[in-house]
Design a protein around this ligand. Structure first.
Ligand code: NAD
Length: 357
C-alpha cells in the first residue's frame, strides 16, 4: 500500500487537490488498489496554525511517504512577511528535504485545445507532447558564488559545477521516461563553450549505451530555444541542466497556452516524488469554483506512472481528460466559443465518470 502525503496549501490549492483525490479514489476502485492518503498543513495555512510554512509534523509525514501531492501555496495574506517566513519558503524547504533532483515538466497541448497555443496551427498540428527533464539540485544555482570589490565597482561570479554522478542519474531518468514514450532524448547543453557541458555530453552518451532503443541527439541550448518555437513536434524528452531547464521548461509550457493544464513531478533515485501543478494559488479566483483542476489531476497521473509504476492507470487518467475536453467541457481559463462551461467540481466529476466508463 502506497502512502501519499497530501498538502492542499492555500488559495485554489485545496479546491484542485479535492478533485485530484476524487480521481485517485476512482483509480483505487477500478484497479483494486489502496492508497493511504493523509492531509497535512503546508504554506500559509500552516503559518496561521504553527508559525511555520513547513511544520515538523508535515515534514515527518512527507519523509515517510512514497509520494507527496501538493496543491499550491501563497496569497496576499502572507505577502508582507519576511522572505524566510513566507509560504513560498516552505516550497524550497519541502523540495530540499525530499532531495528530489529530477524535475519532470510535460508540456502537453491537447488536440481540442490547440487554438490556445500562441503558435500557428500548422506548427502545432494535432497537438504537442514534450517532456522537459530538468536537473534540480546541482549546477550554477548551487555552485560557488561571490562578489569582489574592484577599482571601479564589483565583479560577481556564479559557478556551473556538475559531477559524472549527477549527470548520470538525471540522464537515466530521461531515458527511462523516453522508454515509456516515443523513445527519443534530446540532451541540451552548451558544449561548444562550457567544459561542464562537455562532461554532460560525454556522460549522457555513456548512459545512452544502456538504452539501445532510444534515439539520442544533442542540441545547443540557443538552438533548442529556437527549435521549440520553430518545430516543437520534433521533441519527445528534453534533458538538461538546472538553469537551461528552468528557462526551457517555461518556454515549452507556454507553447500550450494554458497554465491550468500543466502538471509536474520531482523525483529522486528511489522514485519517491513530489507532484504538483505548475500554477500557483491563484488568489484572484480562490473560492469561486473557477479553478481548473486538470493540472493537479494530471499530476496524479504522473504519480501513478513515475512513483507507483502504474502506467495503465496513468494513461487512463490522461485519456479521461482528453475525452472530457473532446466532449467540449471547459473551465473558464480554457473556455472557447461553443463549448460547455463547467466549474472546478463539475470538471472533477466528469473526469471521474470517464474513468468509471
Ligand atoms: P498563479 O499561477 O497563482 O496565477 C496566475 C494567473 O493564472 C491568475 O490569473 C490565475 O487566476 C490563473 N490561474 C492559475 N492557476 C489556475 C487554474 N488552475 N485555473 C484557472 N486559472 C488559473 O500565479 P501568481 O498570481 O503569480 O501567484 C499567486 C500566488 O501563488 C503567489 O502567492 C505566488 O507566490 C504563489 N505561487 C505558488 C506556487 C506554488 O505553490 N508552486 C507557484 C507559483 C506561484
Amino acid at each position: 500500500m502506497y502512502k501519499i502525503a497530501v498538502l492542499p496549501g492555500d488559495g485554489i490549492g485545496p479546491e484542485v487537490v479535492n478533485e485530484a483525490l476524487k480521481v485517485l479514489n476512482a483509480i483505487e476502485r477500478k484497479y483494486g488498489v489502496d492508497f493511504e492518503t493523509a492531509i497535512y498543513p503546508f504554506g500559509g495555512i500552516a503559518i496561521d496554525k504553527t508559525g511555520d510554512p513547513y511544520p515538523a509534523e508535515t515534514q515527518e509525514a512527507c519523509l515517510k511517504s512514497d509520494a507527496v501531492l501538493l496543491g499550491a501555496v501563497g496569497g496576499p495574506k502572507w505577502d508582507a512577511l519576511p522572505g524566510s517566513k513566507r509560504p513560498e519558503a516552505g516550497l524550497l524547504a519541502l523540495r530540499k528535504s525530499l532531495n528530489v533532483y529530477a524535475n519532470l515538466r510535460p508540456a502537453i497541448l491537447y488536440e481540442p485545445l490547440k487554438n490556445a497555443s500562441p503558435l500557428k496551427a500548422e506548427i502545432v498540428g494535432d497537438g504537442l507532447d514534450v517532456l522537459v527533464v530538468r536537473e534540480l539540485t546541482g549546477g550554477i544555482y548551487f555552485g560557488t558564488r561571490g562578489r569582489e570589490k574592484t577599482d571601479t565597482g564589483y565583479k560577481a561570479y556564479d559557478t556551473e559545477i556538475y559531477s559524472t554522478e549527477e549527470i548520470k542519474r538525471i540522464a537515466k531518468v530521461a531515458f527511462d521516461a523516453a522508454m515509456k514514450r516515443k523513445k527519443k532524448v534530446t540532451s541540451v547543453d552548451k558544449a561548444n563553450i562550457l567544459e561542464s557541458s562537455r562532461l554532460w555530453r560525454e556522460t549522457v552518451e555513456e548512459v545512452a549505451k544502456d538504452y539501445p532503443e532510444v534515439t539520442l541527439e544533442h542540441m545547443y541550448v540557443d538552438n533548442a530555444s529556437m527549435q521549440l518555437i520553430k518545430n516543437p513536434r520534433q521533441f519527445d524528452v528534453i534533458v538538461t541542466s538546472n538553469m537551461f531547464g528552468d528557462i526551457l521548461s517555461d518556454e515549452a509550457s507556454m507553447l500550450t497556452g494554458s497554465i491550468g493544464m500543466l502538471p509536474s513531478a520531482s523525483l529522486r533515485d528511489d522514485r519517491v516524488g513530489l507532484y504538483e501543478p505548475v500554477h500557483g494559488s491563484a488568489p484572484d479566483i480562490a473560492g469561486t469554483k473557477k479553478a481548473n483542476p486538470l493540472a493537479t489531476i494530471l499530476s496524479v497521473a504522473m504519480m501513478l506512472r513515475y512513483s507507483f509504476d502504474m502506467e495503465d492507470a496513468a494513461r487512463d487518467i490522461e485519456d479521461a481528460v482528453l475525452s472530457v475536453l473532446k466532449k467540449g467541457y471547459r473551465t473558464q481559463d480554457i473556455m472557447q466559443d461553443g463549448m460547455i462551461l463547467v466549474n472546478t467540481v463539475e470538471m472533477g466529476d466528469l473526469v471521474v465518470e470517464e474513468i468509471r466508463g
